[in-house]
Design a protein around this ligand. Structure first.
Ligand SMILES: Nc1ncnc2c1ncn2[C@@H]1O[C@H](COP(=O)(O)OP(=O)(O)OP(=O)(O)O)[C@@H](O)[C@H]1O
Ligand SMILES: [Mg+2]
Length: 321
């Protein structure tokens, strides 16, 4: 791998939502502050939306790291579950030894757990990531879960996180009751070209790079253009660039390397294969000259051998008495 070549401790552009790498653009900072505030102030329903790959899960993980370690968190990321599956999963994640077999029994167990937590001063958090995939019925059932409350406080905080389709879903007339209960909403978007530059540098620095200029300004400009500021796409392109740069022993990633990575991502064509193909279809000048010289040398050797053999057999001697 390219790590030691570029003086890195770890991969700077891994695809995982690792909070350690969180880059706080003004919108990410604002959203994180709102999420922390919403959970601490027990706002009940909180909704975080954002385009694909803009950092919602990374923000969530950061939020969870910053919560009090004793806060029970149930993190659901399989939004294909219906309400029964969801309830089962939540109870298990909160460590409730469930013996329930009906919906009512599950709700009862949940109520008991929440009251117990309330007595201890806790406020459990339920996170549903990728919530744009939840059906309208499941979303409505989740709303009913938010009815667990005392006269003054919600007994659990529910975070719905998803792509912009979630916002559209919450605007459906069938879900207007849920919409009314949302205590806080935040939205994150893509990075600007300048933020893209800072993002790339930030991730390189966290990964241990001492050289801030591994990517040239022109390279970053091309990455910003291609990725449209979506962090996941930036990561994929940058990772390819570092791999290519390393293969060509290039300390600086320039716009040409980025272009090659972009073409690879667009066409899915392997770089090595492309190279081999170009060698076989278009031989270099050197190769052409080498081939020509080889053939000429071979002809000379054959002529020499023929002459030598003819002389040895006395062919020429017989013609001159
Ligand atoms: N603000 C950020 N700081 C650092 N890395 C980020 C940031 N935003 C996104 N990333 C990186 O981009 C990739 C995608 O991020 P993440 O999974 O959080 O996006 P998402 O919005 O949850 O995507 P999806 O819509 O597919 O659920 C991850 O590798 C993550 O580390
Ligand atoms: Mg996500």
């Amino acid at each position: 791998m390219y790590l030691s070549f570029y003086g890195l401790r770890e991969a700077p552009f891994a695809p995982t939502p690792d909070p350690k790498f969180l880059f706080q653009s003004p919108r990410h900072r604002e959203a994180l502050a709102q999420l922390i505030y919403g959970v601490r102030e027990r706002k009940g329903f909180i909704v975080l939306t954002g385009e694909i790959g803009t950092g919602k899960t990374t923000l969530l993980r950061t939020l969870l790291e910053r919560l009090d370690a004793t806060t029970p968190v149930a993190y659901v990321h399989n939004s294909a579950l219906g309400i029964e599956g969801l309830l089962e999963y939540i109870l298990q994640d909160w460590g409730v030894k469930s013996t329930a077999s009906t919906h009512a029994q599950r709700l009862f167990e949940l109520n008991e757990f929440l009251i117990d937590q309330h007595r201890k001063g806790g406020s459990p958090v339920l996170v549903i990531d990728e919530a744009q995939n939840l059906s309208v019925e499941t979303l409505e059932a989740v709303r009913l879960l938010s009815n667990f409350e005392t006269t003054s406080q919600k007994l659990m905080q529910i975070l719905l996180v998803g792509q912009p389709e979630l916002r559209d879903k919450l605007n459906l007339p069938e879900l207007r009751q849920l919409k009314q209960r949302i205590g806080l909403r935040c939205h994150i978007g893509p990075l600007s070209p300048e933020e893209t530059r800072l993002y790339i540098r930030h991730r390189l620095r966290i990964a241990g790079a001492t050289d801030a200029g591994i990517f040239t300004d022109a390279a970053i400009q091309r990455i910003a253009e291609y990725s449209q500021g979506t962090p996941r796409v930036i990561n994929i392109v940058c990772d390819h660039c570092l791999l290519s740069g390393y293969a060509d022993s290039k300390r600086r990633i320039d716009a040409a390397i980025v272009q090659e990575a972009v073409e690879y991502l667009e066409e899915g064509e392997r770089r090595e294969w492309k190279r081999r193909r170009s060698i076989s279809l278009v031989p270099s000048q050197g190769a052409v000259w080498a081939a020509r010289s080889g053939v000429a040398l071979l002809v000379l050797v054959i002529v020499f051998l023929l002459a030598f053999a003819a002389n040895a057999l006395g062919w020429f001697a017989g013609t001159h008495p």
